[in-house]
Design a protein around this ligand. Structure first.
Ligand SMILES: Nc1nc2c(c(=O)[nH]1)N[C@H]1C(S)=C(S)[C@@H](COP(=O)(O)OP(=O)(O)OC[C@H]3O[C@@H](n4cnc5c(=O)[nH]c(N)nc54)[C@H](O)[C@@H]3O)O[C@H]1N2
Ligand SMILES: Nc1nc2c(c(=O)[nH]1)N[C@H]1C(S)=C(S)[C@@H](COP(=O)(O)OP(=O)(O)OC[C@H]3O[C@@H](n4cnc5c(=O)[nH]c(N)nc54)[C@H](O)[C@@H]3O)O[C@H]1N2
Ligand SMILES: [Mo]
Length: 833
């Protein structure tokens, strides 16, 4: 039950395996489709991979029965226990389905019925005809701005079977459509950091951890939980970073290194490392950083040479820091009031930062808040004053908790994946956006649906929200990802047609009109990198089981669409699955040769071990080239230097994002001066036992962490007692935006005033489709607000949320209806047998 139980040992992983295989091998399992012929596949172990790790699956007579970690993964994570259930679970999308009233009336359907979960099973031919006819109708009537495609970031791993790539290829042959810019993950940082330090920073490799271990005296984990978040990667994780973190833990225990976690909550990393914590109040980081900067200035501890040689704009920032411009010095006493720390704690921390080599490791949660741009900007300013940017084990990075940040990158080739079509013919319809913007910031979709034509500031541009009529989502679950579910339900009524491709019947399927069943990674062949940043090697991902029910590969779904306007051959480029994989592999062989890395021929690779380890690379220092020769290696900012003051940003004249970092109150915050109707700050951090909403439908695995069948709600003993809550109770969590049920976990890791429900908990409406209805499982985005971070980045403010919690009074709590798929009805409207 403890969310912070970290268990890096392989042996313990194995003993923790869920005993799912044996049971299902004995009795016929209703969740398993009989697409294989018994006896066709004798028992064997098959290698595959996922965002949760690489593994081998035992297959007996075509059925996946057991899972064991890949032998080259020394630190497998226990989410591997859930992957088998991705194939076999009650929420699996089995057949093409069309919403009842949409099937009858198409774009004239009663959209208030969306969410009631009544669907009719149709054939693939009918489903693709309907999809195609809608695309035609919307393109002809509304042009490109009528069609929208959601971001497909968390598609399953694999170089060829890329859901987003298939969608872009297929739809691109038909016409143009509205797409997204930025993402939910790091939208604020992605926009501000290029202005400040010249690159995205968030998705880039970090200084090698061996250099941190050798050189750092202090690591500052600023809202950063690597031990939890490194379990998953964008590609197949090698989990090697955990070996380095184990060394850091030992260095902490031996007193050789200090690690300070600046976090309102005792994170999994803090518990694992046994490190110190500065438990500031939520959303007050920028005030704390300003006071640290103020102390460094006041006590003449900052690095004037670094500020002079590598930065611009300190003189414009200083009057604000010292309070000359607003009569409020940003000193430790000032910040102490805001952050809930003492002025002495703040001054001591400032002094520690310059006592030896300090590595700042910034997480992303703090920028997924109102005014989220200020935190990464101010962290760069603080690190500049400390003056160690570009030194081994010093400076600042924003990607230590992601994609194996800090592992040493190999010298092997980085394979491309399914991309655009080589020399494509002109699309059937020309781009026609009718004066509206071609892209919208990812998390602004609901705003866009509600107010087409609205002018919106974004990073120096003025966007015009397009008038979207049709949305297509593949490998995305907007009914988890997007903030303010009830506002979203209203906005969804604006859409005439919604198409979703998925293998799990998520809430997004429930709110769609056409749902197309796709295969999971485990029903496909592919190749993928082992280790995202490390690119440690290349692995074969073999098909474990055949496509279940009527699921088709994403690639084939869009091939079927293209067939309807005679572009199937162009789309497929005359290759089948294995030919595609071989083509991508052969490209890697060529790239490897130019890098001096020789790869075996494809057949030897595929039929042999199916794994190649690349030669190890050299340790590397982030921003090291810039520090060594700033003239030859300028940053990508207008000045080529770090911009403490940005003329560009100042020029936009946004009152919510001025020319240098500032402290601004978010639109809601507890512990602030005014008394709040809703006194608790709700964190909706990333789950320890899922990737967002993925794996939530893995039933046996979900039952290892769910409480009273609901998503856990973590709360301090003090807040629980004050509300008469006991561990295991069902609580109602609510504010003016919505209400959810969740299962109480009383945790010593939480300070009073701060609670948590992990993002990705499936939306389970008591009355499907009705705004304001109770979510009976615990989706935190029922409670979050849909407000952009500022006019600069327009990122999500998911973590600016206040709520109240009470014991759920009713004797019989309403059931969780999220899992189990649609209610299948016959076309006439009666329930199917
Ligand atoms: N409150 C709150 N909200 C948040 C966040 C937060 O911190 N707090 N975090 C945000 C962040 S950082 C992110 S990245 C987003 C994530 O938001 P999403 O990317 O929407 O989340 P996932 O749950 O990963 O959804 C991916 C969906 O794609 C499906 N899928 C997986 N593989 C394939 C495939 O190969 N083909 C097809 N067709 N479908 C596939 C999965 O079954 C799943 O339903 O959520 C954001 N929302
Ligand atoms: N296991 C797992 N790993 C994942 C993911 C997942 O879903 N599951 N998702 C991946 C993705 S898509 C992303 S974007 C990243 C997300 O990476 P992040 O956004 O960095 O991750 P979170 O776990 O949401 O938050 C990190 C820490 O921020 C702290 N925090 C919250 N509020 C505050 C605050 O006000 N101040 C300070 N100082 N700290 C605060 C939290 O307590 C938590 O310990 O993780 C990736 N890794
Ligand atoms: Mo993310």
């Amino acid at each position: 039950m403890d969310i912070h139980e970290f268990n890096p040992s392989r042996r313990r992983f194995l003993s923790g395996m869920l005993a799912v295989g044996a049971a299902s091998a004995l009795a016929p399992n209703p969740l398993i489709s009989k697409v294989w012929a018994a006896g066709e596949n004798p028992a064997q172990w098959i290698q595959s991979g996922s965002h949760f790790g690489a593994f081998e699956a035992k297959v007996v007579n075509g059925e996946w029965t057991e899972t064991r970690p890949f032998k080259h993964d020394k630190y497998p994570c226990d989410m591997l226990n859930a992957v088998r259930e991705v194939v076999y679970n009650p929420s699996r999308v089995r057949y093409p389905m069309v919403r009842l009233d949409w099937l009858r009336k198409r774009e004239k359907s009663d959209r208030s019925q969306r969410g009631d979960n009544r669907f009719v099973r149709v054939s693939w031919d009918q489903a693709l005809d309907l999809f195609y006819e809608e695309l035609e109708r919307v393109q002809k009537t509304y042009g490109s701005s009528g069609v929208f495609t959601g971001l497909a970031d968390w598609q399953m791993v694999g170089k060829y079977h890329k859901a987003g790539g298939a969608m872009d290829r297929g739809l691109g042959l038909h016409g143009s459509y509205v797409t997204t810019v930025g993402d939910y993950s790091a939208a604020a940082a992605q926009v501000i950091l290029p202005h400040v330090i010249g690159s995205l920073e968030v998705y880039e490799q970090q200084t090698s951890l061996p250099l941190v271990i050798q050189n750092s005296n202090t690591i500052v984990l600023w809202g950063c939980d690597p031990i939890k978040n490194l379990q998953i990667e964008f590609l197949v994780p090698d989990h090697d970073a955990f070996g380095y973190w184990q060394q850091i833990k030992e260095a902490v225990a031996q007193g050789k290194m200090r690690v300070i976690s600046v976090d309102p909550v005792r994170s999994k990393s803090q518990n694992y490392l046994g490190c110190e914590q500065l438990a500031l109040r939520p959303q007050t980081d920028v005030a704390l950083m300003l006071a640290l900067a103020h102390t460094l200035y006041e006590e003449k501890l900052y690095d004037t040479a670094f500020i002079n040689d590598y930065t611009v704009g300190f003189e414009q920032f200083l009057p604000y820091l010292l309070g000359e411009s607003d009569k409020q010095p940003k000193n430790a006493e000032w910040a102490a009031q805001i952050c809930g720390l003492t002025a002495e704690q703040i001054r001591d921390f400032a002094r520690l930062l310059v006592k030896g080599r300090t590595q700042f490791m910034g997480g992303w949660c703090v920028q997924r808040m109102h005014h989220g741009e200020q935190y990464p900007w101010m962290l760069v300013v603080l690190a500049s004053m400390v003056g160690q940017i570009g030194l081994p084990g010093g400076g600042v990075g924003f990607g230590w908790h992601y994609n194996g940040g800090g592992t040493v990158t190999s010298t092997g080739p980085v394979l491309s994946g399914l991309g655009g079509i080589a020399n494509p013919p002109p699309a059937k319809y020309k781009a026609d956006f009718r004066g509206a913007s071609e892209h919208i910031p990812t998390s602004r979709i609901v705003d866009c649906l509600l107010e087409p034509g609205k002018k919106v500031a974004f990073n120096g541009e003025t966007l015009t929200w397009p008038d979207i009529k049709m949305a297509i989502y593949s490998a995305a679950n907007p009914f988890h990802a997007q903030q303010d579910r009830n506002r979203m339900i209203k906005a969804w009524k604006k859409l005439e047609t919604v198409v979703v491709l998925d293998h799990q019947w998520t809430a997004s399927c429930r709110f769609a009109d056409i749902v197309l069943p796709v295969t999971t990674r485990f029903e496909r062949n592919d190749i993928e990198q082992f280790g995202t940043h490390s690119n440690k090697g290349l692995m074969a991902l073999h098909q474990i089981v055949k496509p279940q029910y009527e699921a088709r590969h994403d690639f084939d779904v869009f091939a079927g669409l293209c067939k309807r306007f005679d572009k199937e051959a162009v789309y497929r480029e005359n290759r089948d699955e294995m030919q595609w994989i071989q083509a991508l592999y052969d490209e890697g062989v060529k790239m490897g040769a130019s890098l001096g890395v020789s790869l075996p021929d494809f057949t030897t690779f595929w039929q042999g071990e199916g794994y190649i380890e690349y030669p190890a690379g050299q340790p590397w220092v982030r921003h090291g080239e810039f520090r060594d020769q700033p003239d030859l290696n300028p940053l990508g900012t207008p000045s080529g230097l770090i911009e403490i003051y940005s003329k560009t940003i100042a020029g936009f004249a946004y009152e919510d994002c001025p020319g240098h970092p500032v402290w601004m109150e978010p639109f809601e915050r507890n512990h602030a001066a005014k008394k709040n109707k809703y006194p608790l700050h709700l964190q909706s951090c990333h789950p320890d036992k899922r990737l967002h909403s993925q794996l939530c439908s893995s039933e046996a695995f979900r039952n290892t962490y769910a409480v009273a069948g609901r998503e856990p709600l973590y709360i301090s003993a003090q807040d629980a007692t004050a509300r008469g809550l006991k561990a295991g109770d069902i609580a109602r969590v609510f504010n003016d935006r919505g209400q959810v049920l969740a299962g109480v976990v009383i945790s010593p890791d939480f300070t009073p005033g701060v609670i948590r429900i992990h993002e990705g908990a499936w939306y389970s409406p008591q009355e499907g489709g009705k705004a304001g209805t109770l979510c009976t499982y615990g989706d935190p985005n029922v409670l979050s607000a849909d407000i952009g971070t500022s006019q600069l980045a327009q990122g999500p403010s998911a973590h600016t949320v206040l709520v109240e919690v009470e014991r759920y009074q009713q004797k019989k709590a309403p059931p969780v209806t999220a899992f189990g798929g649609p209610e299948t009805v016959k076309e006439e409207g009666g329930s199917a047998a």
